[in-house]
Design a protein around this ligand. Sequence first.
Ligand code: PMP
Length: 447
Amino acid sequence: LLAKDRQYVWHPFTQMKDYEQRDHVLIQRAEGIFLYDAWGRKYYDTVSSWWCNVHGHGHPRIKEAIHKQLHAFDHIMFSGLTHAPGITLAERLVQLAPEGLHKVFYSDNGSTAVEVALKMSFQYWQQVGNTTKTKFIYLEGSYHGDTLGAVSVGGVEQYHALFKPLLFHGYKMPAPDLRAAGGHTLADEAIVAEQALAPVRELLQLEAEQIAGIIVEPMLMGAGGMIMTPAHYLTELRKLCSAHQIHLIADEVATGFGRTGTMFACEHAGISPDILCLSKGLTAGVMPLAATLCSDTIYAAFYDDYMTQKTFFHGHSFTGNPVACAVALASLEVFEEEAVLERIQLTIRALETALHGSGLAALPYVANIRQLGLVAAFDLYEDAQRKMPFPPEKRIGAAIYEAGFEEGLILRPLGDTIYYWLPHCATPEDVSDIVSRTLRVLNKVLG
Ligand code: PMP
């Protein structure tokens, strides 16, 4: 199989020299936080299978939901036809989401949830006669997916620069990176937030008439390097967006469903966006599904008027897939039945203890240990005190990735940033074991 894998399969983010030295790991079984390869070796899934898996692999409630729905009916078109899992899930999402988001538009993955949000916002302003509002603000270091709209609002040059000729123009603003804070008080955080807000305020004074929306990953910018951001930034942004008639689009594709310790990351700031993008953990990471939620005001501007094109011309073949919706509903039931958000608080504290009490912080090449809920990260430097990076040719992150397998860890460093994105089934014991194993990996690679 592995020979055929090399021969026939084009995996995402591959043909990257470092990551392709080895064969892919052939997975045969998955249970809870563990993946097992074809040789029976066991690995901690420390990144929740690309931040998707929520309750651990193979949860019985999820499996049962799939079987039950498949027994009733499989995929059907979601236009003109509807079904109970899609309806009930929409109702549950509206109940759970930050207030004011009353309509649910389904699509298939995080990128499409973002495409829907951008097109929805753009078309809304066209429809209400604000036709100059055509541009989006996005943040340096942001990641919203790999389709062209999502790439247009992506802030990581490495991923996006090549495609510039195909992209629409927007305004890239600095991110309020908490690593720049002098301390850990709210005042320190507010300084970082205000520094990042200053150019946004300036732009809006001059150009608000040109701007449809601003898209952010609330509290935690994932793929751009696990950048944690202050709640103050979001509360102020909410005020700015309301004052200047701009949509606040929260991309919670990655942070949604408990990752940051609350159901949605927006809750840390007590704000509601105008549009909310969800995917990944929506189905507990088991089936592809996404949802873009919006306010009644936005929905009301669209009419089912084919001739005048006032309807929302957007729909994917697999939209609202019933099996995926049934799984998402089962996942939300697990949240309730197992009181997941309460239960994980213990694990979150165990993670904090492991990160700060394990000797990790004392290592001369470790800096910026940071955590939000069950997500944690730290950066590796040649000299952590002076923040002197490793020369890129040393490819430290890649070496850590490689050595992780030997220690039974699936780690996926972002450059020289090591992170965990743990499933909610992780126990305090798992967390401490994962950090101990990581220390052994670091020791092996960096001495
Ligand atoms: N938004 C965010 C914040 C993400 O982290 C990701 C994926 N990492 C996406 C959008 C895109 O999701 P998908 O890969 O499912 O298209």
